[in-house]
Each structure stands twice: as structure tokens, then as C-alpha cells.
Design a protein around this ligand. Structure first.
Ligand code: CP
Ligand code: NVA
Length: 314
């Protein structure tokens, strides 16, 4: 392992500079054009991937990304580690730092991620917590820009639960200068500290309980499950969310060329209809593919292989 007193963590979009985030997306677009295996900057590096929650896209895209960059991965199920028998996150971070070169963790409380980062001497990447999902938003913004050009000044509308994906969208609105309009039902609003932080950084964010107000004239409409992992108590509230379903009627209020995004997995007939997710405006599988390309650039950035202004993404 390569240890450092100041490893480059990828924890949240609010903790990475605008220039670095831009360089990661530009690098991902460039890397997407390369043949897999043609560029192996992470040869000899080992990524440990800890999952305290299920995953398809995050697990597979990090695994394939690391291998295509020349590195290797270890899959670790949180419940099968001593973590599951109450070894501390801090001690786990110290031990893993002696074996591996980077740690990606998908976990429950956000504090588990930050405790891992505070105690690791290798880079730590947020693969989703109860609070945020920054890697997803990097792939989403890359996808938008491939289809519609720069996100700066564009309008993104969210209709649904005020969850972890939305929190990272709110942080992204400040980092990438797009407008965010959020429609959530009362009681499922996004935690106000994300909105306050983003507005403090100059972001333009509207919050409403009216999905039509949020979606009207939007360049991109985004939603996600009404029942995030670990929040199954929400299952009782589906009738509350039904007015926020992204269906053909709601999409008709967006710009005609608006895109539809969803991080997946989708619950068809709940937060989105088949007609929308399978329709011509949907880019959900491009988002899923771009997780791979964005992941590569996030990993490369953590290892100092991507820096603003470097020729690699010029
Ligand atoms: N979008 C996303 O993070 O998917 P997984 O839960 O399958 O990783
Ligand atoms: N909000 C969802 C995202 C899944 C990728 C969850 O946390 O379950």
C-alpha cells in the first residue's frame, strides 16, 4: 500500500473543489473514448470495497473501473467483517490502510464514512451513505453534458423523496452552477443543511410541494425510489408520493428536449412509469454506463492522476 498523511478522499461534492470536480468529469469523457486496458495508471494498486448495503451498479462499476485501470479489488461485505461484530470503523480503517491503497465504502450513517476517512491513511470514497451519493451525480452530470452540453445555467427538477441522491444534487448545483428545483411532499423534504450550504455558495434552488412548478420548463427531470435502503418504514407512505410520480403528464411540463434521469434501481409504476423510463427522453442506461467512466476518473483523481489543468484532460 501507498500511505499518505493527506490522502485525497472523495467523500462529498461540497468537499472537492469546483476545478477538481470539473477535471474529473472532463477526464471521464476523455477516458470513455480510450480502449479499455489501454491506459493502466493504477497498476499494482488494490481497492477494498466495503458494502453494508446491497449494490449492483456501484459494485460492478468500481470493480471493472479498477481492473481496467490496471488495479485490483477486494469485495468486503460489512456483515462478514469484524465490523459486523462491533470492531470500530476507526480500527478497521487503520488496519485496511496497511493492506490496500484505497477504500470505497457504501454504508448507513454518514458518520461511518467520515470516521473511516479520518482514520485511514489511504483515499476513502463514498459509495453511498444514508445522507449522500456523490459518485452517482458525477455520472449523471457527465451524461447530461454528453447529450445537451454544459450543465451551467441549466434547470434540473427533482420530483419525489428528499433523499441521499437529491442531497448530492443540491451540492452539485453549487459546484456546477445549475439551477435546482425540488418538489418533495411535506415530511420528506431534503435536510435543510444541504440547501443552506448550496445557497451559501451561490446556488439557485427552489423548494416546493408542487411537482408541476418544479418541472415546468426544466432541462432535466430526475427522480429516485420512494423507499431508500434502510428506510423501509416509508413503504406505508406511497399515497403521499403518488402525486410526485414522473409520468407522461408531468414530463409534458418540462422542455420538449428535456432528459429523464434515475440512478436506478427503479420501481416502475411507483416513482416513474414505464412510458417515461422506456421513452425517448430517458437516459437511465447511459447514466448507469457512465458510472464506470466516472468511477475511473474518481479513482485516478484520488491517486493524483487527475488535476485541474493537466494535459490528461486538456
Ligand atoms: N445507482 C446505484 O448506486 O445503484 P446500485 O445500488 O446498484 O449500486
Ligand atoms: N436513494 C437510494 C439510492 C440507491 C442507489 C437508496 O439509498 O436506496
Amino acid at each position: 500500500m501507498t500511505t499518505s498523511q493527506n490522502p485525497r478522499h472523495f467523500l462529498d461534492l461540497s468537499q472537492v473543489s469546483k476545478d477538481d470536480l470539473r477535471s474529473i468529469i472532463d477526464d471521464a469523457c476523455r477516458r470513455k473514448q480510450l480502449l479499455p486496458g489501454g491506459d493502466k495508471p493504477l497498476a499494482g494498486k488494490m481497492l477494498a470495497m466495503i458494502f453494508d448495503k446491497p449494490s449492483t451498479r456501484t459494485r460492478v462499476s468500481f470493480d471493472v473501473a479498477m481492473r481496467q485501470l490496471g488495479g485490483e479489488t477486494l469485495f468486503l461485505s460489512g456483515t462478514e467483517m469484524q465490523l459486523g461484530r462491533s470492531e470500530t470503523i476507526a480500527d478497521t480503517a487503520r488496519v485496511l490502510s496497511r493492506y490496500v491503497d484505497a477504500i470505497m465504502i457504501r454504508t448507513t450513517e454518514h458518520e461511518r464514512l467520515t470516521e473511516m476517512a479520518e482514520n485511514a491513511t489511504v483515499p476513502v470514497i463514498n459509495g453511498l451513505t444514508d445522507d449522500t451519493h456523490p459518485c452517482q451525480i458525477m455520472a449523471d452530470l457527465m451524461t447530461f453534458e454528453e447529450k445537451r452540453g454544459p450543465v451551467k445555467g441549466k434547470v434540473f427538477a427533482w420530483s419525489g423523496d428528499g433523499n441521499n441522491v437529491l442531497a448530492s444534487f443540491a451540492e452539485a448545483s453549487a459546484r456546477f452552477d445549475f439551477e435546482l428545483r425540488i418538489a418533495t411532499p411535506s415530511g420528506s423534504d431534503l435536510d435543510g443543511r444541504y440547501i443552506e450550504w448550496a445557497r451559501g455558495e451561490g446556488a439557485k434552488i427552489l423548494t416546493t410541494e408542487d411537482p408541476v412548478e418544479a418541472v415546468s420548463g426544466a432541462d432535466c427531470v430526475v427522480t429516485d425510489t420512494w423507499v431508500s435502503m434502510g428506510r423501509e418504514d416509508r413503504a406505508r407512505g406511497h399515497n403521499v408520493f403518488m402525486p410526485y410520480q414522473v409520468n407522461e403528464r408531468l414530463m409534458a411540463h418540462a422542455k420538449p428536449e428535456a432528459l429523464f434521469m434515475h440512478c436506478l434501481p427503479a420501481h416502475r409504476g411507483e416513482e416513474v412509469t414505464d412510458g417515461v423510463i422506456d421513452g425517448p427522453q430517458s437516459v437511465v442506461f447511459d447514466e448507469a454506463e457512465n458510472r464506470l467512466h466516472a468511477q475511473k476518473s474518481i479513482l485516478a483523481w484520488c491517486f493524483g492522476e487527475v488535476t485541474p489543468g493537466s494535459p490528461a484532460h486538456g
